[in-house]
Design a protein around this ligand. Structure first.
Ligand code: SAM
Ligand code: SF4
Length: 457
């Protein structure tokens, strides 16, 4: 089965241009029943330009998001480990033409960075490496993962390590799996082959290597896989339909679709003079997030601090289920003295601390979650999807979100955030329908008050 048939994608986009309103309504009704959409249906949504219908789409996305994820928003931080890179990706500050000195963390520095992140309250990290087989070989990557899991500061611990490294071999994916990787993330950047080939130079320029990476990772035993596109490289319509096609391919070939889809948008970066001909406006960006939420309802969606607080607030409502907070994009950047902008991979738009973001999302009605239980209980891949599709995942996610948030409030929150957060917890406990689950959670919360940590369902 071909992963992405470029002709077919263009063809669908063309053929779905003039769908009737009744066909549109049919699709929205299907999506509201929490059924994945086929490519033709996604094409029709992409081609909708009537503002009223876009509002309807976003309203449906809001409802679906609430039905599956409730008010939970999972928080994580990226950890930039090495900026050594032999590729020349036109959009990225780590491109190999950049003469600024590179930085790669020693295991001691990894420990220091992790302690800082633990002191903020983070429990889940996403590791970022440039591609450089000499500087960043797989044993270095697995050494970093093991070091992170072994680093405990006071009550802090990192409980899930997701990894974003260049496409690699099945053997190397097996090593990542053995080291305890959570999700393996790799973005296609653009699914449009000519654009992909134009914007990349070095081993990453091989489109086929990039597009088959998920197959190799799955063959290496990793079933939690995250895909994504860097919006702004090519027409977002083509990219969104291709993401849906890739998800469909994974579902059919591996028996499980992507665990997450990331939606980074191009940001200016030091030494990068790439000018986007396909800049995605805020309105189109929010529209495409809603479309993805309708198309693949069970797939988590990730948004980073590349986006401004205002866009993030709107995107959380209509689809995003995981988000980074308090991020730095320079290796070693969590040390104030290493916060050198010229070494950053790209510029950020949300500079608030984790505590400020937590408080903001509480006030907006969300329940911040630091939960990592599914991965640690072996609920990954199709096992996770079975629980998700049966709706029983709610019996895990809601109580685990509450108990991990309680830990955060006790150990790391400012008094102001603690006050707002405790109100959220009171409200959210009441929403647990199963009386047995609720009672068990209350027992766990009182143990947490007494100093116990890491109690999960
Ligand atoms: N080197 C690996 C790779 O390229 O897959 C690891 C990840 S790289 C550090 C993380 C991601 O950052 C890239 O996949 C790309 O989508 C994104 N990125 C690069 N330059 C960016 C920019 N200027 N603005 C926003 N995102 C960018
Ligand atoms: Fe290197 Fe990744 Fe940046 Fe490309 S996107 S230059 S591979 S770090």
């Amino acid at each position: 089965m071909e992963i992405i048939n470029q002709e077919k994608i263009f063809d669908i986009l063309e053929k779905t241009k003039d769908a009737s309103q009744s066909r549109f309504e049919e699709i929205i009704n299907k999506a509201k029943k929490i059924k994945s959409l086929d490519l033709e249906e996604v094409g029709i949504l992409i081609n909708i330009s009537d503002e009223k219908l876009i509002q309807k789409m976003q309203q449906a996305a809001r409802e679906i998001k609430m039905a599956i994820y409730g008010p939970r928003l999972v928080l994580f931080a990226p950890l930039y480990v090495s900026s050594f890179c032999i590729n020349d990706c036109e959009y990225c500050g780590f491109h190999c033409r950049n003469a600024t000195p590179r930085k790669k963390l020693s295991l001691d520095e990894v420990r220091q960075q992790v302690e800082i992140l633990e002191d903020m309250g983070h429990k889940r990290l996403l590791l970022e490496f440039g591609e450089d087989p000499k500087e960043n070989p797989i044993d270095y990557v697995t050494g970093v993962i093991k070091t992170i899991y072994a680093t405990k500061k006071d009550r802090g611990s990192i409980r899930r390590v997701n990894v974003n490294i260049a496409a690699t071999s099945v053997e190397n994916y097996k090593k990542l799996k053995e080291a305890g990787i959570g999700t393996y993330q790799l973005f296609q950047e653009t699914y449009h082959r000519p654009t992909y080939e134009k914007l990349h130079c070095g081993p990453k320029a091989d489109y086929d290597r990039q597009i088959t990476a998920m197959d190799h990772a799955f063959a290496g035993g990793i079933d939690d896989l995250g895909i994504g596109v860097l919006f702004g490289l090519y027409d977002w319509r083509f990219e969104v339909l291709s993401l849906a096609a890739h998800a469909d391919y994974m579902e059919k070939t591996f028996g499980v679709g992507p665990h997450t889809i990331s939606v980074p948008r191009f940001r200016p970066a030091p030494t990068v003079d790439f000018k986007s001909e396909h800049e995605v406006s805020d309105n189109d960006f929010l529209k495409l997030i809603a479309i993805l939420r309708l198309a693949v309802p069970y797939t988590g969606m990730i948004m980073s601090t590349r986006e401004s607080p205002e866009i993030r607030r709107q995107a959380f409502e209509i689809g995003i289920s995981q988000t980074s907070a308090g991020s730095r994009t320079t290796p070693g950047g969590y040390n104030e003295k290493n916060k050198k902008e010229e070494l950053a991979q790209f510029n950020l738009s949300d500079h608030r601390t984790l505590d400020e973001i937590v408080r903001d999302i509480c006030k907006l009605g969300y329940l911040p979650s630091f939960c990592t239980a599914c991965y640690r209980s072996g609920r990954t891949g199709d096992d996770f999807m079975k629980y998700a599709k049966a709706g029983t995942i709610q019996n895990f996610c809601q109580p685990n979100a509450i108990s991990t948030f309680k830990e955060y409030l006790l150990d790391y929150a400012t008094p102001e955030t603690r006050e707002v957060g405790e109100e959220v917890i009171k409200r959210e406990i009441k929403k647990i329908k199963d009386a047995r689950v609720r009672q068990k959670l209350e027992e766990k919360l009182s143990l947490i008050e007494k100093g116990k940590r890491d109690l999960y369902f």
